[in-house]
Design a protein around this ligand. Structure first.
Ligand SMILES: O=P(O)(O)OC[C@H]1O[C@](O)(COP(=O)(O)O)[C@@H](O)[C@@H]1O
Ligand SMILES: [Mg+2]
Ligand SMILES: [Mg+2]
Length: 339
């Protein structure tokens, strides 16, 4: 690509230009959201470069500390530091909820702003050391009275989010974002240091050919999940079986599902009765994006975005993806509920 010529191309839509255009539709926002997002984008660029050189910069392996849920990797800790600093220095946040911090962070009064950001600084930690795609997930809420922020402002239902996104650190660095009017994907052009719009107005196919689940948990699954996966593998006469794809990084598995269609599921099972994935900074942002792209997200009981979390690290089962595929599993749970 002739960068110089391209850089001069006026139609080159960078994420900054995109958000400024979006902002012009919301004159009341006074640019706060644009400033907040530019700090999130900076954090993603920083983490992307750290991930790329992780093996060289000795950023592989354990940090020697443990968060509320698991042993932390060095990149978990580094990514968390990067995003906490970027979000606080934006001057647009009042509450931060991170997978890596046991408690919510209340930003000091002088630096407070109207947004609460929930985030998973490094998703797919089990894949860091082997260089397989990983990512960052974030969700943004507006806080009514941000001068006196309280925890319940972070424990809002997912449907109250004003924006959500993820950044995938894979063969290319891709940032997927929704501000509530559709989903757009931007690819980082390392030579420009700019995220360029490469996937405008992403719409997930209505039905897919892929299912994505850790089948290693199969013996502990409940009836509807076991039945659904069996139907994927042994469909009724005339239909072809779905292909199984599972990377083990939610960002990467959801990114593929968003572009190709199909379903990603992390159900509850006897071992983890509430599933594994966290409501605020994994389930909600991905469900928000899925619905914005024409898909849906279901917990096994209800629409995922209707959930009202009680704790910041609460977990929930999740089934998300193509509309028709999720409808199938909803029907299996509805049938079981009738019995
Ligand atoms: O190894 P499992 O049980 O299949 O779990 C994989 C899931 O766990 C996660 O790695 C959890 O996220 P973190 O890596 O951010 O803790 C998800 O990305 C992924 O979908
Ligand atoms: Mg995660
Ligand atoms: Mg994580």
């Amino acid at each position: 690509m002739d960068h110089a010529a391209d850089a001069l191309r006026t139609d080159l839509m960078t994420i900054t230009r995109y958000v400024l255009n979006e902002q012009s539709k919301h004159p009341e926002s006074r640019g706060d959201f644009t400033i907040l997002l530019s700090h999130i984008v900076l954090g993603c660029k920083f983490v992307c470069s750290s991930v790329n050189k992780a093996g060289l910069a000795k950023l592989i392996g354990l940090a020697g500390e443990t968060n509320v849920q698991a042993k932390q990797k060095k990149l978990d800790v580094l990514s968390n530091d990067v995003f906490v600093k970027a979000l606080v220095s934006s001057g647009r946040t009042c509450i931060l909820v991170s997978e890596e911090d046991e408690e919510a962070t209340f930003v000091e009064p002088a630096l407070r702003g109207r947004y609460c950001v929930v985030f998973d600084p490094l998703d797919g930690s089990s894949n860091i050391d082997c260089g397989v795609s990983i990512g960052t997930i974030f969700g943004i809420y507006m806080v009514k009275d941000f001068t006196e922020p309280t925890l319940d402002q972070a424990l809002q239902p997912g449907k109250n989010m004003v924006a959500a996104g993820y950044c995938m650190y894979g063969s290319s660095c891709t940032l997927v974002l929704s501000t509530g009017s559709g989903v757009n994907g931007f690819t980082l052009d390392p030579s420009l240091g700019e995220f360029i719009l490469t996937h405008p107005d992403i719409k997930i196919p209505k039905k897919g050919k892929i299912y994505s689940v850790n089948e290693g948990n199969a013996k502990n699954w409940d009836g509807p999940t076991a039945k659904y996966v069996e139907n994927c593998k042994f469909p009724k006469e005339g239909s072809s079986p779905k292909s199984l794809r599972y990377i083990g990084s939610m960002v990467a598995d959801v990114h593929r599902t968003l572009l190709y269609g199909g379903i990603f599921l992390y159900p509850a099972d006897k071992k983890s009765p509430s599933g594994k994935l966290r409501v605020l900074y994994e389930v909600f942002p991905m469900s928000f994006l899925m619905e914005q792209a024409g898909g849906q997200a279901f917990t096994g009981k209800e629409r995922a975005l209707d959930l009202v979390p009680k704790k910041i690290h609460e977990r929930s089962p999740i089934f998300l993806g193509s509309y028709d595929d999720v409808e199938e599993i909803k029907a299996l749970y509805a049938a079981e509920a009738k019995n």
